[in-house]
Design a protein around this ligand. Structure first.
Ligand SMILES: NC(=O)c1ccc[n+]([C@@H]2O[C@H](COP(=O)([O-])OP(=O)(O)OC[C@H]3O[C@@H](n4cnc5c(N)ncnc54)[C@H](OP(=O)(O)O)[C@@H]3O)[C@@H](O)[C@H]2O)c1
Length: 316
């Protein structure tokens, strides 16, 4: 009898742990988005795809901004089917190429009259170089999105109230930015070990939070607001470039310790939809709640310096 009660107790505790600590809160907004246009980068899979489905269900015209034509077009069919909306469009965007970012923005501005929500969601961690010679993780997670946002900013201002969402990570807490390394190596760090890869990813996620901090300051007086987001630990394809052992651990532990992509999209949906958060522009959200960040993630001098070096790198 004692052992039966013990097992039952453990099952209940595990259930509560998963509901409260792992899954957490859901977006409570009932806002509808008919007549509004949203761009979601990296929306052919993972958190981005689920976010696109949820926003299309609420009536938004959703632009799937993905790098692979094949994967993007397959996702287009899925998003249309799962949302029941035909207001979904695929447009090719490779964030690892300034040329592609510019051509996406030109095509978008020419063909779409509105932009109400820009969701900079795409992300990866991999050792490689972008078409323009930057470290791939830095180039895609920060620089590509920095250029994209700047190219679309006037349209966002015209359509205000509008929002920019930057999907970061709690990993930004262990990140730092070495501006000398950026200047000399066009990358956040030099190493190539697994640990260096994790550090570069964390650094790039700190860039997302600092970019949001600086963007909010530059957007004061406009009707555009911006937010950075930690989606939680989510079972997606994000670890696809890591070693086989890490992938195996993640895929087994992930069943219990990680969110599904739908659960992982809730904070993004909250920041996209929740009314009355405009005064929190520039802040960082996790579990559908605004959070305080360490001083290094709201450092005015560092965020200004990152903005200026990013402008120079992007040629804007
Ligand atoms: N999963 C987590 O636990 C977790 C935790 C914290 C933060 N995040 C953040 O959440 C965001 C979404 O990640 P996820 O977990 O959904 O990962 P995912 O399943 O790997 O999806 C990442 C998306 O980014 C796209 N992408 C990669 N490189 C690109 C490029 N050069 N141009 C355009 N798109 C590109 C991928 O496209 P392809 O399919 O073509 O490669 C894919 O659609 C990322 O910013 C990630 O850092 C995730």
């Amino acid at each position: 009898m004692f052992y039966i009660l013990l097992v039952l107790g453990l099952v209940v505790l595990a259930y509560i742990f998963r509901q409260v600590v792992v899954i957490g809160k859901s977006c409570k907004s009932n806002a509808k988005l008919h007549g509004k246009t949203v761009i979601v980068t990296g929306s052919n899979t993972g958190i981005g795809k689920t976010t696109a489905i949820e926003l299309a269900k609420r009536g938004a015209r959703v632009i799937l901004a993905c790098r692979s034509k094949q994967r993007g077009e397959a996702a287009l069919q899925d998003v249309k089917r799962e949302s029941g909306s035909n207001q979904v469009v695929f447009m090719q965007l490779d964030l690892a190429s300034f040329k592609s970012v510019r051509s996406f923005a030109e095509n978008f501005l020419k063909t779409e009259p509105r932009l109400d929500i820009l969701i900079n969601n795409a992300g990866l961690h991999i050792f490689d170089r972008t078409e323009d010679g930057f470290g791939m993780t830095f180039g895609v997670n920060h620089l590509g999105h920095f250029l994209l946002t700047n190219l679309l900013l006037d349209r966002l201002k015209e359509c205000g109230p509008s929002r920019v969402l930057n999907v970061s990570s709690t990993m930004h807490n262990v990140g730092s930015i070495d501006f000398d390394c950026l200047n000399t190596h066009k990358d956040l760090r030099k190493g190539t070990s697994i640990l260096d890869g994790i550090r570069i990813y964390s650094d790039s996620k700190l860039c997302n939070v600092l970019f949001t901090h600086e963007l909010a300051k530059r957007l004061k007086g406009t009707k555009v607001t911006c937010y950075s987001i930690h989606p939680g630990g989510v079972k997606t394809e994000l670890a696809r470039n890591t070693d086989a052992a890490s992938q195996m651990i993640l895929s087994n532990l992930g069943i219990f310790f990680m969110k599904t992509p739908l659960q992982g999209s809730q904070t993004t949906l909250h920041c996209a939809l929740q009314e009355g958060i405009e005064h929190l522009s520039g802040r960082y959200f996790s579990n559908c709640t605004v959070r305080n960040v360490f001083a290094k993630a709201r450092d005015d001098a560092a965020s200004k310096k990152l903005w200026e070096i990013s402008e120079r790198f992007c040629g804007i």
